[in-house]
Design a protein around this ligand. Structure first.
Ligand code: TRP
Length: 337
């Protein structure tokens, strides 16, 4: 097996997944399970680092995100799905890792910096939040993952993980942990339907994977296009036009799409027409996902069993890595003298 044969990725369980997750990474994961040993981590402990006032929401969404995974085609026979807060070895590894990263380095992490700004934490940033990149390094390395399919915003996490890996390996005098590589999607980050920043549930500009047909229709109708494209005959702008950005992500007929873009730029193609095309694509994509999700939601016992089994497998694996790291660092053990 190649170094990159193990894939791990995770999602904070703060809300249902949306189209941004789908194009950014979920779609990749459905393919990766055919060729790789894949783990998906329901990152409820990480979700608590900025949701300590609402643990119930974090817990509820463990099931919701699992339903999203299964509905898009993640097969628990091929992918191990596990619950972060039920894997104590991850906490222990995190504690060890925190000694191999400085507070200054944690404060410099661009993603954490941006998240602190957005959440308005400023001086009141929870310690757990500042440290979550070290916990994420524990997630990735505990599974010996070589490949991490994530959105661009997670690149600083992989970089920081690899710094910690190198520090520990140097200290241990051998390659006890493996470095990981991020796998980003070739379609960039999906913007929100309002065109303001990336798609995000908290910004209210998302289309969730469980959206109803009416929700989808309303979201597409409200989509930001070119504000200067007032009449059908006017030339329109394709760049920054959310409808075209989505068509790039969801319309496989690239030749037809190129023609539409040319026509739109030239003038003579209305927003209603391009929105209708996009709506068709999204309805066709999401209808079967929604139906599968509804069926699965009726069988909670099955979903819980998938999680129990996956977490059991992950527990054994992460405990092994933890033991290897402790041994490599020369920590006290009753089974050695
Ligand atoms: N930080 C990731 C996010 O916000 C979630 C996550 C937790 C993760 N642990 C991980 C991603 C390990 C990749 C690998 O989406």
């Amino acid at each position: 097996m190649s170094v990159e044969s193990v894939v791990l990725t995770g999602d904070r369980t703060t809300g249902p997944l949306h189209l941004g997750h789908y194009v950014g990474s979920l779609r990749n994961r459905v393919g990766l399970q055919e060729t790789h040993r894949q783990f998906l981590l329901l990152a409820d402990a990480q979700a608590l680092t900025d949701n300590a006032d609402d643990p119930a929401k974090v817990t509820r969404n463990v099931i919701e995100v699992t339903l999203d995974y299964l509905a898009v085609g993640i097969d628990p026979g091929k992918t191990t799905i596990c619950v972060q807060s039920c894997l104590p070895a991850l906490c222990e590894l995190t504690m060890l890792f925190l000694n191999f990263v400085t507070v200054a380095r944690l404060e410099r992490n661009p993603t954490v910096k941006e998240e602190i700004r957005i959440r308005g934490f400023e001086r009141d940033v929870p310690a757990g939040f500042l440290c979550y990149p070290a916990a994420q390094a524990a997630d990735i390395t505990a599974f010996k993952a070589g490949l991490v399919p994530v959105g661009d915003d997670q690149l600083p996490m992989i970089e920081q993980t690899n710094e910690i890996v190198r520090r520990i390996n140097r200290q241990a005098g051998g390659a006890v942990l493996v470095e990981a590589r991020a796998l980003t999607s070739n379609v960039g980050r999906l913007p929100g339907v309002d065109g303001k920043g990336k798609m995000s549930k908290s910004q209210g500009n998302a289309i969730t994977l469980s959206a109803s047909a009416d929700d989808i229709r309303a979201a597409v109708r409200s989509m930001y296009t070119d504000p200067n494209h007032l009449r059908v005959a006017d030339p329109g702008q394709v760049e920054g036009n959310v409808v075209f950005t989505y068509l790039d992500a969801f319309d496989d007929d690239k030749a037809a799409l190129a023609e539409l873009k040319a026509q739109y730029r030239h003038g003579g193609l209305g927003d209603t027409a391009i929105k209708r095309r996009l709506e068709e694509k999204l309805q066709a994509l999401l209808a079967p996902i929604r139906e599968r999700r509804r069926q699965l939601a009726d069988d909670q016992a099955h979903v819980r069993e998938v999680l129990r089994k996956g977490t059991e497998t992950a527990d054994a694996l992460t405990r092994t890595t933890l033991a290897e790291v402790k041994t490599a660092l020369g920590l006290f053990s009753f089974s050695r003298s």
